[in-house]
Design a protein around this ligand. Structure first.
Ligand code: HC0
Ligand code: SF4
Length: 579
């Protein structure tokens, strides 16, 4: 252990730690911009490029960046001398000299780390103004807007895209004032292998990378008297929405969210969780069918089955594992199953044509905006899901419409597409989809009641998890990965011949709770853990915890679909993949 003294306080940290680690242990606030270190998720941005965290170290002539300077035993550090404060102020002024000052209309306004620091340091004008300003075209994809005039070259997005997601889309190009982070040949994101996972957006400290905001499209739809507007909310939204609306992190806001959506004027308040239960019926049945055929020696039965509900993951395997496109489940994601059922079964119930119904999704994810726009998810040009907004956009909408969220009562979703079992909310956490599938697959395969529904072995934040689960006579080997770099590792193990029967992948670290559309986590891993707890608690509190027990799913099959994997189910609920 090393003993470190900062501003007259003393602490000890393990060898290898930095001055910043020691300061954080002492609750001494050293500002950072490029720093990003999520240890549990193996995320570490080593750029040390912004220099806002400089400190004085006794015995050294130059100021040292706290984030990148290893602590030594007995080190004496000063974090708040005049010299330090002046250096930080100069760093900020230089950053602002090449940064647009359009905070009023910036998508990041109010949540921008640069704006916060400018305020904290009382920067009222930038003495270096008048220098060269870069002018870069805006790049707009269905999910993400890149406004590179605002890039401060912190490289956090690069670390997420290259090291964590292994997508390799973003890297620094050009020099001096024209230096930006961009795809190769400065292509538009939509023309690259970008998965739309939004992890670059999740960590951008400024407004250089933001979501493509569709919240005004929702306002327009709600104001249209000729439309019936319904909404579905993804599992992970309820675990984080409150964070942007003055509610303590780790609080479930499911009931308040349903109430707020009703106050916003949606005609029916439904839940993606319903469709998560439906996904388990289809994907679980597909798995059992493949497993049975495989065990009977059918060479065409492909195992492991791969989950296919995460659109970032789907685009990732379409680009990177083209030799394995017949391996993923053909089941559509819950978002798209919901849209397909809403625009057929539910539109029929209402007695209206599909183009009179507007389906809005609230998602923790930016890739869902891209997914809804995929051509195969439309009928005669009318999409199954019309508008997708992120958790952040819903929070903005609630504030814009003057709804006092904290004082709302808890309300329920509407029937029939709003009912779900405990198997559904855990879809939002890494390991949750496979746990939900195991609960149903076990009972369908054995005809016996599963007594212990919690599959603890598939839970937790390890990047790659491998578990062995007994389902009747079968010992199943299950793989789970979250973060696309971990998915790549797991799939390479499959390519090399390692046996797995089923694999779950979620593109974002932690699963959807860490999605690119969630309230910004600002590098706080504890926040992701709190969100995880919310979803497991919601599961444990439900009277029914297996998807096949959902009475409205049973009714849907009886009245409309027939049975899982029926012709109608295949037509509406399954898809295919593209090279
Ligand atoms: Fe997810 Fe989903 S669980 S991808 O992470 O499967 O976004 O929350 O909505 O569709 O249900 C995201 C979250 C969903 C879908 C569900 C799945
Ligand atoms: Fe990379 Fe994901 Fe950002 Fe695309 S959305 S550039 S894949 S981090």
């Amino acid at each position: 252990m090393l003993t470190v003294h900062i501003d007259g306080k003393t602490t000890t940290i393990p060898a290898g730690g930095t001055i910043l680690d020691a300061a954080r242990k002492l609750d001494i606030d050293i500002p950072t911009l490029c720093y990003l270190n999520l240890e549990d998720l193996k995320v570490n941005n080593k750029a040390a490029s912004c220099r806002i965290c400089v400190v004085e170290v006794e015995g050294r002539r130059n100021l040292a960046p706290a984030c990148a300077t290893p602590a030594t035993d007995g080190m004496v550090v000063k974090s708040n001398t005049l010299r330090v404060l002046n250096a930080r102020k100069t760093v900020l002024e230089l950053l602002l000299s090449d940064h647009p000052k359009d905070c009023l209309v910036c998508a990041k306004s109010g949540e921008c780390e640069l704006q916060d620091l400018a305020e904290k340091f009382g920067i009222r004008e930038s003495p270096y103004d008048g220098g060269e300003m870069s002018h870069y075209r805006k790049d707009v994809s269905p999910s993400i807007i890149r406004d590179m005039d605002k890039c401060i070259m912190c490289r956090r997005c690069e670390t997420m895209c290259n090291d964590v997601q292994t997508c390799g889309v973003l890297s620094g190009v050009n020099r001096g004032f024209t230096a930006v982070v961009a795809p190769a040949f400065e292509m538009n994101l939509a023309d690259t292998v970008c998965t739309n996972c939004g992890q670059c957006v999740a960590v951008c400290p400024v407004g250089a990378l933001v979501e493509n905001d569709n919240s005004w499209d929702v306002v327009d739809a709600l104001a249209d008297p000729d439309k019936v507007v319904i909404v579905q909310t993804a599992p992970a939204v309820r675990a984080a929405l409150g964070e942007d609306l003055g509610i303590a992190p780790g609080t479930s806001v499911t009931g308040k969210m349903a109430a707020a959506l009703r106050r916003l004027g949606f005609d029916h308040i439904f839940d993606t969780d319903f469709a998560a239960d439906l996904t388990i019926m289809e994907e679980g049945s597909e798995f059992l069918d493949r497993l049975t055929r495989y065990l009977n020696g059918d060479q065409t039965a492909k195992l492991p089955i791969l989950t296919s509900c995460c659109p970032g993951w789907v685009k990732f395997f379409e680009h990177n594992f083209q030799d394995m496109l017949d391996v993923p489940s053909t089941a559509k994601s819950p978002q798209q199953m919901f849209g397909a059922i809403a625009k057929t079964y539910y539109a029929d119930m209402l007695g209206i044509p599909r183009d009179k119904l507007v389906v809005v999704s609230v998602m923790p994810c930016l890739a869902k905006k891209y997914e809804r726009a995929r051509p195969e998810f439309s009928v005669d040009g009318n999409p199954d899901v019309d508008i997708v907004i992120s958790t952040r956009e819903l929070a903005r909408l609630i504030k814009r419409m003057n709804i006092d969220f904290a004082s709302l009562p808890d309300e329920d979703f509407d029937a029939p597409l709003g009912e779900s079992t405990g198997a559904a909310p855990i879809f939002g956490v890494t390991g949750g989809v496979i746990e939900a599938a195991l609960r149903t697959a076990y009972e369908l395969a054995t005809g016996e009641t599963l007594q212990k529904v919690d599959f603890e072995d598939v839970r937790g934040m390890d990047g790659v998890k491998v578990a062995t689960v007994q389902v009747g006579p079968h010992e199943l080997r299950i793989g789970i990965a979250h973060g696309l770099g971990n998915a790549r590792k797991l799939l390479n193990r499959v390519r090399e011949g390692e046996t797995f029967h089923a694999i779950e992948v979620m593109a974002c670290p932690g699963g959807c709770i860490g999605g690119g559309g969630q309230p910004y986590h600002h590098g706080d891993i504890e926040l992701l853990k709190l969100r995880t707890k919310v979803l497991y608690a919601e599961d444990a509190g439900k009277p029914l915890r297996k998807s096949h027990q959902n009475p409205y799913i049973i009714e849907l099959y009886e009245k409309f679909l027939g049975k899982p994997l029926s012709e109608k189910s295949h037509h509406l609920l399954h898809t295919h993949y593209f090279k």
